[in-house]
Design a protein around this ligand. Sequence first.
Ligand SMILES: [Zn+2]
Length: 279
Amino acid sequence: MDKTETLEKLNKFTRREMNEDEVYIFDVILCDNDIDRDGERFSLNALKTLEKLFVGKTGIFDHNPKCSGQTARIFSTELVTDNSKTTAAGEPYTYLKGSAYMVRTDENLSLIREIDGGIKKEVSISCSAKSRKCSVCGADLNRKGCPHTAGKTYNGKVAHAVLDDITDAYEWSFVAVPAQVNAGVTKKFAGAGSETSTKKDELIEKLCAGVRADIYRLCLSNGSDLYAKALTAAADKMDAEELIAFKELLEKEHKSGIVSQLEMKESSLDEFRMEGKNK
Ligand SMILES: [Zn+2]
């Protein structure tokens, strides 16, 4: 897609025509055909349906509930096959890419900077899948169970549930995670008798541990072990959003190196506390 084509597609969804300076455009991976943490995967047919259904769907950024007004919309989707990667089910890795836009406002400036700065997004989607079949015996798992356990291997193949017959796609949402955490796609279903909860809490705990370790390393490289321990103890009480903000501050100061090391750490904590209060 060249720029003109992109804007043309995007402007089908806007109230008035936008130019390229007014919008922020980015790509997300909505879902793929790999077996996920719930032992399920979308069939290629399901991905093809989702490719159509997700055009025009709104996404929210739920890592920061105070900015709930920040929404993005998917204006174009594309199924992409990466032949260099094979899924656990033995298929070429195929994912559904969504191109999304946000209208630039004063309020989402920092969010856009965050996305530009390489913070990876975990995308969670909501959709309805009528069919959920065992990959080994084909049993309809929405109606009855079968002797096969997801994750176990039968005749050299990992058992899992294949999701198909997508009836609707509802929304997608974003959780910002640090780039070094290898996050997958989570999903949640509505209707069709199967409610799969997102593994968000588990994921957030995992990524918090990663960020805390980063904070400790950053503190260490900025000074003594004592300060690293003190700041890491403070970081233990922070939630995911605070942790990420704190780490960014430390990184910024680590790069600038203007203030002395001792002042650096104290000011970063103070500055961070003030920010916390202002929210
Ligand atoms: Zn089975």
